[in-house]
Ligand binder design. Structure first.
Ligand SMILES: O=C(O)C1=C[C@@H](OP(=O)(O)O)[C@@H](O)[C@H](O)C1
Ligand SMILES: C=C(OP(=O)(O)O)C(=O)O
Length: 422
């Protein structure tokens, strides 16, 4: 007997959608807050923490190292503990767990081994491991699975990394750096670092924890040695996960408001304001939140997404539905995300009739009529977001493994259906 494929019929937006939504917290902020809390000088509270696969894996990793993480309520309480027990860390498909936990595991006195989902073994990590070795951490292995041998302290100092594959390589070293004997002086040598807002997020959060960071020079970041203060942190809504909801306003010619949109933020998703304006939407930020109103017609866009690559799947879906051509550039690094997103988007959008060309570092899309079919997600939450956006506009889209959205959004499919039910 063959098992039935996990297909979910994406609901169509048959009327303009008019909705006000409260979205779950940011994955990137929650996981940084958890890491910093685990190496802080006292208990911290992570308020309105995102409860999702990536953040649960982070909480579990920190617990296995020796911290106490109380996730029973909406506000998670983290009490640091000695990292003195041997542990096995499951990274799942979470880049933040695979890259941010090893540098703090080096501070402990135990053996900590890391593994994850099958595809996680393909995602880049070698530069973090070699940088940690240069900083004095003993590690067995050059890719997943690997083991960190904690020696009770890390000398730290100057290190050179090529962070062109992921900004998380830099964030990982900076997050732990204050607890290294000499701090860290991290220099990047290579093609431009992607996703720079995420490094700004790391720096801003370190400073909130009382850590001194010097980022005055391009491609160089210095973290002074010293204590990490415990803080009470309120997590912003996840602005990257807002993409499909704002896109729904765009494709249905309706209006969607995301509550609590911060007026100042380091989140990459804030770039959606400019991108959706350029695609023909009306975008207003006020005390109610961020409201996007679709005009009923979408314009294509020529844009460099190097800084905000994680928005690509949702933007590409919109481009496939636009009336004029688009070119998405500067995003070769997203081939190392949850899947090779450029190949996956070209394949899946192309299979539905889109006129799409895959380039080494981007995608071009030209207007073409789309039709129904199965949209494969490759276990990538943002591929599922692309699928439901197309499905809102095109009859007969079936999303394979929509449950993969649990990586960063609990019950995404239920929430999405609720907005589209008649
Ligand atoms: O530090 C972070 O929280 C993230 C950094 C970015 O990674 P890359 O620099 O690998 O693109 C981003 O795409 C990812 O979703 C989250
Ligand atoms: C690239 C992403 O995730 P990760 O944190 O696993 O790198 C993403 O969420 O788009």
């Amino acid at each position: 007997m063959t098992s039935s494929p996990d297909l979910w019929p994406a609901p169509r937006a048959v009327h303009p959608v008019d909705a006000v939504v409260t979205l779950p917290g940011s994955k990137s902020i929650t996981n940084r807050a958890l890491i910093l809390a685990a190496i802080a000088d006292g208990p911290s509270v992570v308020r309105r923490a995102l409860r999702s696969r990536d953040t649960s894996l982070m909480a579990a990793a920190l617990t296995s190292l020796g911290s106490t993480v109380d996730t029973s309520g909406d506000d998670w309480v983290v009490t640091p503990g000695a990292f003195d027990r041997d542990a096995v860390v499951d990274c799942g498909l979470a880049g933040t767990v695979m890259r941010f936990v090893p540098p703090i595991a080096g501070l402990g006195t135990s053996l900590v081994s890391f593994d994850g989902d099958e595809h996680m073994r393909q995602r880049p990590i070698g530069q973090v491991l070699s940088a940690l070795r240069d900083l004095g951490v003993s590690i067995q292995g050059d890719a997943l699975p690997f083991t960190v041998h904690g020696a009770g302290s890390v000398p730290g100092g100057t290190v050179v990394v090529d962070a062109s594959a992921s900004s998380q390589f830099v964030s990982a070293l900076l997050l732990a750096g204050a607890r290294y004997d000499a701090g860290v002086d991290v220099r990047h040598d290579g093609k431009p670092v992607p996703s720079l807002p995420h490094i700004d997020m790391t720096i801003a959060m370190l400073r909130e924890h009382g850590v001194e960071v010097d980022d005055a020079d391009a491609n160089r970041w210095r973290v002074a040695p010293g204590p990490v203060k415990a803080v009470d942190h309120l997590i912003e809504p996840d602005l990257s996960n807002a993409a499909p909801f704002l896109a729904l306003a765009a494709v249905s010619g309706g209006s969607v408001t995301v509550r609590d949109w911060p007026h100042a933020t380091t989140q990459a998703g804030d770039a959606l304001r400019g991108i959706l304006t350029e695609m023909g939407c009306t975008v207003e930020l006020d005390d109610d939140g961020l409201r996007v109103t679709g005009s009923g017609a979408l314009q294509g866009i020529d844009v460099d997404l190097h800084d905000v690559g994680e928005l690509t799947p949702a933007i590409a879906a919109l481009c496939a539905l636009a009336e004029s051509p688009s070119h998405l550039r500067g995003i070769g690094h997203i081939r190392g995300h949850e899947t090779d997103r450029l190949a996956a988007l070209a394949t899946e959008l192309g299979a539905l009739g889109a006129d799409v060309t895959e380039h080494a570092d981007g995608l071009s899309l030209r207007p073409a009529p789309l039709h129904g079919g199965v949209f494969h997600t490759y276990a990538d939450h943002r591929m599922a977001h692309a699928a439901v956006i197309v499905g809102a506009a095109v009859d007969g889209i079936q999303v394979e493994n929509v449950g993969t959205t649990a990586k960063t959004f609990p019950d995404f499919a239920g929430f999405w259906s609720g907005l589209l039910s008649p």
